[in-house]
Each structure stands twice: as C-alpha cells, then as structure tokens.
Design a protein around this ligand. Structure first.
Ligand code: R5P
Length: 305
C-alpha cells in the first residue's frame, strides 16, 4: 500500500502512516503564478494499492482540484486500486435541490470521482445517511461517535447527571446513535430555523421531554462552521438550567470568527477531531482535538485487497 497526501491535512496523513508503519510517499505540487497547479507522484505506483488523503475543507475548491489531479496521476501511472480518504467531505451539505434552480454540488463531486476511476472512498460522519447510496462505488462511512462516547465514559458521566442534545432536528438520528453507545442516555433537541438567504439562526424552543435536562448538557453535531448553531444551542441549554455544557463535533470547519465566538460562549469544553487540520491561530483554550488516525489506519488495513 502507498499513502500520498494533498496539502490540506498532512499531519493526519503522517500520523496514519505511523500507525500503518509505512512512509508517507512524496508528492510534488508546483503552484504557477496564476494559481494553477502541477501535481506529480514522486514514487512509482505501478500495480500498487494507492491511498490518497485529502480533507476538502477550506479552501475547498483548491483542495478538490488538487485531489482530482492526485487521483489522475495515480490512474495514469498504473495504480492497481485507488482509495480516497476524505475525513471531511466538502460540498456534502448540498445533497439535493433545496430551492428551484440550485446545483446539486455533491452529485457533481461523485460523478468526477467515478469518472476518474476511484475504487473506494472513506469518510467520516456524513451529513445524512443517504449519501453513500448516491455513490456507485463503495463509500465506507465511519463515525467519530464511538471516540466521543469513550471520552464520556472515561469521565464517568451518566444518564443521572447528563443529557445529550442535538442542536437541530436534522441531528436526531446522530443523537439516537450516541444514546445507544451510552446505555440509553436521555436526549433532547434544540429547534433551529436558518434563513437560507441571510444565514441568520433562530432557536427558541426545545423538542423532547425537558425534565430530561440535567446539570450537564452534551451537544453533539457533525460539523461546526460559523459556530452559531452550537453557541445558540448552548445558550438555550443554559437558559433551561444546564450548568456545564460540553460539545462534541466531528468536523471543525471553523470560519475566521468561529474560535472567538466559541471561546466566549457558555460552552465549558469543546471536543473536535482532526478530520480538518486546525492551524495554531485557530486553537483556543476550550478546544481539545481527538485524532482519527488510528481508526483510519485500522480501516485501511481491514479493507486492503
Ligand atoms: C447543520 O445541519 C449542521 O449539522 C451543522 O449544525 C451546521 O452546519 C453548523 O453550522 P454553523 O456552525 O455555521 O452554525
């Protein structure tokens, strides 16, 4: 197996290579003054199982183009199989037409992967469970929820003192899964309405049995972008009497202002994974990062041909 990485999340690729006990194979990426790039695999991949890691987070289009070129290099150089590890899958939220006239960005990405000859994709905590069905190649859908449940168990939080919270109704399936991992811990949801034209969020009510709310609230989400959903959900839980608010979110797709609003929010501590590389300037005191490297390495070993 040969593992290559784009520029988006090299620290995670290096960590995976350590678990696999292989060296990360070198890639030459040359950036032309006009922004175009030339990509070259610096090792032979003839008849090899090639794995390419790229998180298609910001700058999303740039990272996608680089990934497409890496796949093309592997295909043209005679790779036996090509596995794309995309811990964070950009454009997955646009998985259907929300308003007449919109493009289905996810469908475009899938068509490109399939036409480039990708054999398999590995990703984490996709926005909806129907996404794998949109692919005609295998998509291995992993989750960070067991890693999060492990943190909660280690902290000895129980259903007597803790309630799980979905920050919106779309996250109910996720919160159900988390509850199953935690001995049927109780859960509620905060009800969110986002204005698609202005991006503003309204969140005033709770869905579920409010007597379930305990002194500790654990909010679970798939991603944090502006941070507004999580912060408003945390504020609402505080208004309903929770004293400590913990957040677990797989993908830290932090916007510029997200670290500031999260740090000054009522959140006690926030756990995210390294599915998206978080530069030092976006780290903040309340943040803790859990690595997906071991899970990815185990899956690559278990699914290699
Ligand atoms: C929405 O459905 C997702 O699960 C997240 O809650 C959302 O993408 C978070 O976005 P933001 O941090 O910008 O509120």
């Amino acid at each position: 197996m040969k593992l290559f990485s784009g520029v988006s999340n090299k620290p995670l690729a290096e960590e995976i290579s350590r678990y696999l006990d292989i060296t990360l194979s070198p890639v030459e990426i040359f950036l032309f003054p006009d922004g175009e790039r030339r990509v070259r695999l610096e090792e032979s991949v003839l008849d090899e199982d090639v794995v390419i890691l790229q998180s298609t987070s910001t700058p999303v289009d740039h990272n996608y183009m680089e990934l497409f070129f890496l796949i093309d290099s592997a295909k043209r150089s005679g790779a036996k199989t090509i596995t794309v590890v995309m811990p964070y899958f950009g454009y997955q939220r646009q998985d259907h037409v929300f308003r007449t006239g919109e493009a289905v960005s996810l469908d475009v990405v899938i068509k490109i992967f399939e036409s480039l000859g990708v054999n398999k994709v590995i990703s984490f905590d996709l926005h909806t469970i129907k996404i794998p069905e949109l692919f005609h190649i295998p998509l291995i859908h992993l989750s960070a929820l067991p890693l999060f449940a492990y943190v909660i168990e280690k902290a000895h939080w129980t259903k007597q003192d803790t309630v799980l919270v979905s920050p919106d109704m779309g996250g109910l399936r996720r919160i159900d899964e988390m509850a199953k991992l935690l001995d049927g811990m109780g859960h509620v949801a905060t009800v969110k309405n986002r204005n698609l034209e202005t991006g503003t969020i309204e969140m005033e009510t709770i869905s579920g049995d409010i007597s379930m709310i305990k002194k500790r609230a654990v909010i679970v989400d798939d991603m944090i972008s502006s941070g507004k959903t999580i912060v408003r959900s945390a504020e609402l839980m505080k208004e309903y009497g929770a004293e400590e608010i913990y957040v677990f979110a797989t993908h830290a797709v932090f916007s510029e202002e997200a670290p500031f609003i999260l740090q000054k929010s009522p959140i006690t501590k926030l756990f995210v994974t390294d599915s998206v590389f978080i530069p030092a300037e976006k780290h903040f005191e309340k943040l803790e990062i859990i690595s997906l490297a071991s899970d990815i390495a185990k899956t690559l070993k278990a699914t290699s041909d």
